[in-house]
Design a protein around this ligand. Structure first.
Ligand code: UD1
Ligand code: UDP
Length: 381
């Protein structure tokens, strides 16, 4: 029997971190030829992940331009995907999450009548413009997909409510699979500065911020809140690997740079980032991925957004929504910095997002779909 040609498509840092372990799992199956097409919606930040996971794509659309718009990303992906699909002839295309690459990858697969598997399916805020454009991207991909790999039972329920009842699997999130390969107790950082941070002696707070809906006023509030926290607490060190987006860099330069006890550094390779998270005191972020990783590592998270599509760790008590208003963010951060009990209540490891076997379940589900294996058990957290 011919091998199944399963093509994973991704383009940004978080998609790469969550898809590299899956591309490798698929490659380990004798029934599958695992193909990898990157759009390079992110160039440097994607390449960094490919290096960490030692993965060489079969196809690279190389679309990134500085300050790219949603329309340029989508149209360049669509045109490039035509060629990739014609050349690589996949039996199924896998897309991940909710980026413009995800949407364009799924739409392109549909135009070529290739079935689509959606990894990290079923996340919702039910607010069309927040996160923007991700909430709409994932809804549009849900309309196109044939197989849905939901990280949690809650994600599956969201899809069922929308009338999607076939092709649903609860797998856990592949990010937990990735964490299993990167976090080590005896890890030595290649970014020298990180080896010398006063972990334990001071409260090292890991920060990231990049979301489009936070551009402008919300990002200004976030930066000023971070500045205030650093200025007012001598026992705190903020470590902030700044996203390469020029919009984000401008906000950081205008409102945060120069504050005491703030370490502004370039984006970190995924393994460095994960090990820094494992050692820090707490996390402040608007990132989706960090909301999943930090709880698994027992680190409290303050989410710099008004909503989240990841309510599981909020329910488990390790993640809180801090919003995007300066005073609110400062108040919530100070509670965790100054109140030992409040900190202890949030600092416990929970794993609602997976047991590290998501990739195995997804590969099994794909083989089952094509009549070549047993249906996998759902992951029940
Ligand atoms: C994208 C995703 C977002 C995801 C985020 C992860 C969309 C619409 N947004 O947002 O869902 O959370 O990635 O980080 O798909 N840049 C570089 N080098 C890089 C990466 C980015 O220079 O390696 C700069 C470029 O100027 C680029 C800009 O950052 O134009 C913005 O990148 P883009 O992918 O458009 O948006 P993100 O905010 O990164
Ligand atoms: N990350 C990284 N280096 C950094 C910042 C983040 O490797 O300097 C990782 C982080 O650990 C997580 C992923 O990138 O796995 C999250 O990506 P991002 O915040 O860019 O996007 P989101 O998850 O919000 O879509």
């Amino acid at each position: 029997m011919d091998k199944l040609r399963i093509m994973s498509v991704f383009g940004t840092r978080p998609e790469a971190i969550k898809m590299c372990p899956l591309v490798k799992e698929l490659a380990s199956r004798p029934e599958i030829e695992s193909l990898c097409c990157v759009t390079a919606q992110h160039r440097q930040m994607l390449d960094s992940v490919l290096e960490v996971f030692d993965l060489k794509p079969d196809w690279d659309l190389d679309i990134m331009t500085p300050r790219q718009t949603l329309s340029t990303i989508t149209s360049k992906c669509l045109l490039g995907m035509d060629e990739a699909i014609d050349a690589l002839k996949p039996d199924m295309i896998l897309v991940h999450g909710d980026t413009s690459t995800t949407f364009a990858g799924a739409l392109s697969a549909f135009y070529h009548q290739v079935p689509v598997g959606h990894v990290e399916a079923g996340l919702r805020t039910y607010d069309k413009y927040s996160p923007f454009p991700e909430e709409m991207n994932r809804k549009l991909v849900s309309a196109i997909a044939d197989l849905y790999f939901c990280p949690t039972v809650h994600n599956r329920e969201n899809l069922v409510k929308e009338g999607i009842t076939n092709g649903l699997f609860v797998t856990g999130n592949t990010v937990i699979d990735a964490l299993k390969t990167t976090v080590r107790k005896d890890y030595t950082f290649t970014t020298e500065e990180l080896n010398h941070l006063p972990y334990g002696e001071k409260k090292v707070i890991l920060v990231t911020c990049h979301r489009r809906e936070n551009y402008g006023e919300p990002m200004k509030h976030i930066m000023l809140a971070l500045r205030q926290i650093a200025e007012q607490h001598e026992d705190v060190e903020l470590v902030y690997p700044v996203h390469l987006s020029p919009v984000v860099r401008e906000a950081v330069d205008t409102y945060l740079r120069g504050a005491p006890r703030v370490h502004l550094i370039d984006p970190l390779p995924a393994d460095e980032m994960h090990n820094l998270m494992a050692r820090c005191y707490m996390v402040m972020t608007d990132s989706g991925g960090l909301q999943e990783e930090a709880p698994a590592l027992g680190k409290p998270v303050l989410v710099l957004r008004r909503e989240t599509e990841r309510p599981e760790a909020v329910a488990a008590g390790t993640v809180k929504l801090a919003g995007v208003v300066q005073d609110d963010i400062v108040t919530m951060a100070e509670r965790l910095i100054c109140d030992r009990n409040a900190y202890a209540r949030m600092a416990h490891a929970v794993n609602p997002y997976g047991d590290g076997n998501a990739c195995r379940r997804i590969a099994d589900a794909i083989l089952w779909h094509f009549g070549r294996g047993e249906k996998p058990e759902d992951y029940l957290s």
